[in-house]
Design a protein around this ligand. Structure first.
Ligand SMILES: CC(C)(COP(=O)(O)OP(=O)(O)OC[C@H]1O[C@@H](n2cnc3c(N)ncnc32)[C@H](O)[C@@H]1OP(=O)(O)O)[C@@H](O)C(=O)NCCC(=O)NCCS
Length: 163
């Protein structure tokens, strides 16, 4: 699946805010403008770098991911939001986008030993995808949402490091 991540900037942010979920998915991630705001205010804390990216297939933006990463840590590397536009779901883009986002984190932050995310209990499709990539439930809950957190680490993470 051929996708690339491009940083969100003044040229493409309007494209990001036009992306849409299926109605039943709207509780699972922040709306795009909200995701951008979370990056702008650095909602995880000043020690975190918050970066929004659009996910492109060719020249078409088909989704976005936002990350919040503490470069001084080993495990504070979070995918804050990730989504594929409703029209493009079910075609392999989600799996490719999660993988590409993790690869980007690993190449940008060499200290990273674990990538984490929160997946709402009702979000069975996303949870299955994460488990199939090797994420495991941490047993802890996200402080903001009270929903379970997942972590990818060890050999399952290492296979995504570029040589
Ligand atoms: C989760 C999400 C990113 C997956 O994106 P996607 O492009 O549909 O995913 P893919 O096409 O790569 O499919 C991934 C897996 O989910 C399965 N899947 C996708 N849509 C499905 C559906 N409607 N019903 C059942 N399974 C589905 C696929 O079969 C695939 O499984 P497989 O690899 O074992 O065959 C997308 O559904 C989404 O944006 N959801 C709303 C936002 C969200 O929940 N984000 C995650 C927050 S934690």
């Amino acid at each position: 699946m051929d996708i690339i991540l491009r940083p969100v900037d003044r040229n493409n942010w309007r494209t990001m805010v036009r992306l849409q979920l299926k109605p039943e998915q709207t509780a699972f991630v922040s709306p795009p403008a909200w995701s951008l705001a979370r990056c702008y205010v650095r909602c995880f804390g000043d020690q975190f770098e918050h970066l929004p990216h659009l996910i492109y297939s060719g020249e078409e933006a088909i989704g976005y991911s936002t990350i919040a990463c503490n470069p001084g840590s080993h495990h504070d590397y979070w995918i804050d939001d990730i989504m594929i536009d409703a029209r493009h779901q079910g075609q392999g883009y989600g799996r490719a986008a999660v993988t590409a986002t993790i690869r980007m984190i690993l190449s940008r932050y060499p200290r990273c030993l674990g990538v984490q995310l929160t997946c709402f209990r009702a979000n069975h499709i996303a949870a299955r995808l994460y488990l199939s990539l090797g994420f495991v439930e941490t047993g802890r809950q996200d402080e903001e949402f009270g929903e379970p957190t997942y972590r990818l680490s060890g050999s399952k993470l290492d296979v995504l490091r570029l040589p």
